[in-house]
Design a protein around this ligand. Sequence first.
Ligand SMILES: [Zn+2]
Length: 76
Amino acid sequence: MAINYVCRHCRTFLGSIRRSDAAEIRLGLHSLTPAERRDIIAYDSDGEVTVKVTCDYCKQALDNNPELSLLASPLQ
Ligand SMILES: [Zn+2]
């Protein structure tokens, strides 16, 4: 059981943490609205949790080209 972090844009695997270490992360996610949670957090049948984030590379690309985010969203 782990929480996996994956870039929502390029799907790069960014890392994973054991669930027992997740309290801190959950606090971070606590500020999200329910709709944002559904968008960002996915639970699979094995009990694994995938959190979709934006990696540094994509963040930089989006900062430089904000219109890219409009292109990426329909693919989600
Ligand atoms: Zn990325």
